[in-house]
Write a protein that binds this ligand. Structure first.
Ligand SMILES: Cc1cc2nc3c(=O)[nH]c(=O)nc-3n(C[C@H](O)[C@H](O)[C@H](O)COP(=O)(O)OP(=O)(O)OC[C@H]3O[C@@H](n4cnc5c(N)ncnc54)[C@H](O)[C@@H]3O)c2cc1C
Length: 443
């Protein structure tokens, strides 16, 4: 066996566990596996580790009970949400051992959670992995993967400026962060009506699902749920800060109309659910809110994780289709520009009470997608399943690669990644240990 550090050249290396993706799920998996004594390799296509977690607001939160989970997400494909509800307390304790949280528990969307400094968290995880002889290989492209009849995983990889390498392991954890970086996937989420903006890292384009399927697993791509937020049509993120500066969190206190002037969802379910509702209803809608909501939106944090900023003005300055009107006449003149002239009839009823509070604010909105809910099918232990529901030994999916944690609601992304990642890493190390204990050794 050749077992060398990433700086040195090698053509072939054996590991106990290979983790694909170094975001919250992958690094949690690798850290957990390393703690259980496994030799780990973590591969990431991006030039640096961290994935969407390092763009996030850092709240590790979850829904508190099964009933509340059902109230938030009663979708038919919500099959694993309970794992996050039940795993919350333990994952908080574990993360605290790696890097202390930044404050007390606070309400977040439909649950509660704590903010962590995820930069320090990743630093702690990377130290733990490397201290235990693991390797972390950013900038790695997987060219090929297969699984022998004995259940050993082989990967052929390329790293910039280096020759092709071959890695093998007893267990493989897929944690590439979902499918949303593929524009076709985002188009499908919006029913083919336009291509929603990407609100996350640019590398998570479905490689985990593709790898899993090439190794015999199945995926549920009928789950068209996703986590995201509404953006004004026309804005274009140029930095991760835009993922929060453009998000119109206050849509939960606003009104959404379609082109025929109809309301089509209960907006109070939250901006993240409004994004899914708009995606499922033609891909764009007209958002209307009052002066009072505008003032609150500009001055308060609408969700715990949102920064205080005037998102209406930011969207206006950055090319968003937004407008402000002082009376009915002004609204009438604006609607054709926004493409909502057929709304005039309904709008009169809607805006009358709003105009009593001052100006009315309007935006044409469409969803921006952070991560997809449809992904690799797994059993109750996170092991990938084939189309008949049989477990594929040693193959795990975690985080946004794992399908059906949520469907029509959302109960936390970082907690889902950390909980399912840690579980997968722990189990993968167990698989490797059992294989190593067999006569003839690991691979
Ligand atoms: C602006 C923003 C704010 C957010 N705020 C919060 C919050 O406060 N709380 C919360 O719970 N959630 C939040 N989220 C969501 C949260 O960040 C994600 O749910 C979580 O990070 C997903 O973790 P993951 O490990 O599954 O995927 P990712 O973090 O996306 O990691 C996947 C990794 O896989 C890599 N990868 C992709 N393809 C390949 C490949 N072919 N080979 C190797 N590697 C590959 C990627 O480069 C990436 O590093 C936020 C997200 C954003 C964008």
């Amino acid at each position: 066996m050749t077992y060398l550090s990433p700086g040195t050249g090698y053509d072939y290396a054996e590991f106990d566990v290979i983790v694909v993706g170094a975001g919250m799920a992958g690094m949690s998996a690798a850290t957990a596996a390393a703690h259980r004594g496994a030799r780990v390799a973590v591969l990431d296509r991006a030039p640096a580790i961290g994935g969407s977690a390092l763009m996030s607001s850092g709240y590790v939160w979850a829904i508190a009970s099964a009933d509340e989970l059902l109230a938030e997400d009663s979708g038919e494909f919500q099959r694993h949400g309970q794992v996050i509800v039940e795993g919350y307390a333990e994952i908080q304790r574990w993360l605290e051992t790696l890097s202390p949280s930044l404050g007390d528990e606070t309400p977040v969307l439909a649950g509660r959670g704590r903010k962590f400094d995820l930069g320090l968290m990743f630093l702690a995880m990377a130290r733990d992995i490397q201290r235990r002889n693991g390797v972390i290989l950013p900038g790695t492209r997987i060219r090929d993967a297969d699984r022998t009849r004995e259940g050993t995983y082989h990967l052929e990889i390329d790293r910039e400026g280096a020759d092709t390498k071959h890695l093998s392991s007893a267990a493989l954890v897929l944690a590439t962060g979902g499918r949303q970086a593929d524009p076709e996937v985002r188009r499908r989420l919006a029913g083919g009506a336009g291509t929603p903006v990407l609100r996350g890292n640019p590398y998570s384009d479905g490689a985990g699902v593709a790898l899993a399927c090439s190794l015999g697993a199945s995926a549920n791509l009928s789950n068209l749920g996703f986590y995201g937020h509404l953006f004004a049509v026309g804005v274009s993120p140029v930095a991760p800060i835009d993922f929060t500066s453009f998000a119109l969190y206050h849509s939960e206190h606003s009104i959404l109309l379609d082109r025929a002037g109809r309301r089509f969802t209960d907006e109070s379910r939250g901006d993240h659910n409004n994004a899914m509702a708009v995606a499922g209803h033609g891909g764009s809608a007209l958002l209307i809110w009052s002066q009072k909501v505008q003032e609150q939106a500009a001055t308060t944090a609408f969700v715990t994780a949102s920064r205080r900023m005037n998102r209406f003005e930011i969207s206006k300055d950055r090319g968003g289709r937004v407008a402000r009107a002082a009376d009915r006449e002004e609204i009438r003149s604006i609607l054709p520009d926004l493409g909502y002239q057929d709304c005039l009839g309904t709008l009169s009823d809607v805006v009358s009470p709003l105009l009593r509070e001052g100006d009315v604010y309007l935006a044409e909105v469409s969803p921006a997608v952070t991560f997809t809910f449809g992904g690799i099918s797994v059993d109750g232990d996170g092991v990938a399943q084939d189309a008949s529901g049989n477990a594929i030994a040693g193959l795990y999916a975690a985080g946004a690669d794992m399908g059906d944690i949520y469907h029509r609601g959302y109960g936390g992304g970082l907690s889902a990644a950390a909980i399912t990642g840690r579980r997968a890493g722990h189990a993968a190390a167990g698989v490797a240990r059992r294989k190593a204990a067999r006569p003839g050794g690991a691979n």
